[in-house]
Ligand binder design. Structure first.
Ligand code: HEC
Ligand SMILES: [Cu+2]
Length: 363
């Protein structure tokens, strides 16, 4: 039987009907069931999709001792967590079901504290933490070991928002594409030209900061040839997310060939169009910011372009180096990479044609 509910008076003085309790109509019930099923299904789908596709920028496929050590530690901690989770949640479920309240149960015997249990669950995680420490500390030291005398030396300098690479003993400067010979120890010295950046090539090693006024170093020995993507991993301003680079690990012979080419001045323009492009370097103001050895271009605000045509990517690893992309970059650098510091006048179609031809020819 229905009882009339008293009417309520709202704070604003409105006298109104009592607030109706939420009824579960078949429709809302279905919705709720869908929602409870949909949320986990979506979460699983997102995770599954995230695992699809080619994701070479991963710590899970290490190609150096240093990266392998980190991956192994990660996997150990991961599985230790899985086992802990299953044990704890399993015990919880067991207790919840086994000792649930049954009809007719009175108030159970009241207990307080259980010394063996308290000691047990304090000691068990402490042991786990000690094991993790014992495994981690040697890994930290081995990752921080100094390079041998034969190591190849590289200076990696972070700029907003691109990477400069110098080989001080070899007289080579390049940008955004670091070449390394396979199976040779290399000591990479990290520096910054402006703000904090972080050098991170997941398949080679964990990240390390590039700090203004400081020289951080690490040593690695790449074991696998290939092109490995890297990324600045410390927020450094507007274009931070577009501050990428690539590491090309190649055979000693390929590396030598690359080196020999890098050491030469730019190749002279091979066509009339390309010659016009070289002339347009002054017109477009490029000379103020870029170095192209063998020409009047000697700026240092932007990447060295002496061998731009041989690089695989444009604008710090974000665009493939094709004539179309080069044209897009020169037509609107701010549109392609918002916030970057390359500022140029608007170029005519002829100027664009000539500059694209010229830059593509700088092998
Ligand atoms: C005010 C300085 C400045 C001027 C002028 C300038 N650039 Fe740049 N340029 C830069 C900077 C800085 C970058 C790096 C942008 C980034 O990736 O964040 C860059 C990047 C580039 C790149 C890509 C290099 C790479 O390794 O990814 C090309 C190609 C290039 N500029 C060509 C030109 C040409 C051609 C001109 C003249 C029309 C020009 N630049 C004028 C500063 C300048
Ligand atoms: Cu950054």
């Amino acid at each position: 039987m229905h009882k009339a509910r008293p009417s309520v008076t709202r704070a604003n003085g409105d006298e109104s009907r009592p607030i109706q309790g939420r009824r579960s109509t078949p429709l809302t019930r279905n919705r709720r069931i869908y929602a409870t099923l949909l949320a986990p299904a979506l979460a699983v789908a997102v995770l599954a999709l995230a695992a699809c596709g080619v994701t070479p920028q991963t710590t899970l496929e290490p190609t150096t001792e240093a990266a392998r050590t980190a991956r192994d530690l990660l996997m150990f901690v991961f599985w230790a967590m899985v086992v802990t989770f299953v044990l704890v949640e399993g015990a919880l479920l067991y207790v919840l079901i086994r000792f649930r309240r049954r009809s007719g149960d009175g108030i159970p015997a009241q207990t307080h504290g259980n010394t063996p249990l308290e000691i047990g669950w304090t000691i068990a995680p402490a042991i786990l933490v000690v094991v993790i420490v014992v495994l981690t500390v040697p890994a930290i030291f081995s990752n921080a070991r100094a390079a041998g005398p034969d190591a190849l030396k590289v200076r990696a300098i972070g700029h907003q928002w691109w990477f400069e690479f110098q080989y001080p003993d070899l007289g080579v400067t390049t940008a955004n594409e670091l070449h390394l010979p396979v199976n040779r120890e290399v000591e990479i010295q990290l520096e910054s030209n402006d703000v904090l950046h972080s050098f991170w090539v997941p398949s080679l090693r964990g990240k390390l900061d590039m700090v203004p006024g400081r020289e951080n170093k690490f040593t690695i020995k790449p074991e696998v040839t290939g092109t490995f993507p890297g990324q600045c991993a410390e927020f450094c301003g507007t274009a931070h997310a577009l501050m990428k680079f690539h590491v090309v690990v190649e055979t000693q012979a390929e590396f030598n060939a690359w080196l020999q080419n890098e050491r030469t001045d730019r190749v002279a323009p091979a066509s009339e169009l390309a010659s016009e492009g070289e002339a347009n370097l002054t017109l477009g103001g490029c000379v103020a910011c870029h170095t192209i050895r063998g020409t009047d271009s000697a700026g240092i605000l932007g990447p060295d372009l002496t061998h731009m045509g041989s690089r695989k990517y444009i604008a710090a690893g974000i665009l493939e180096n094709t004539p179309e992309n080069m044209r897009a970059w020169l037509s609107d650098p701010q549109g392609v990479k918002p916030g970057n510091t390359m500022v140029i006048p608007e170029l005519t179609t002829e100027q664009l044609d000539s500059l694209v031809a010229y830059l593509q020819g700088l092998k």
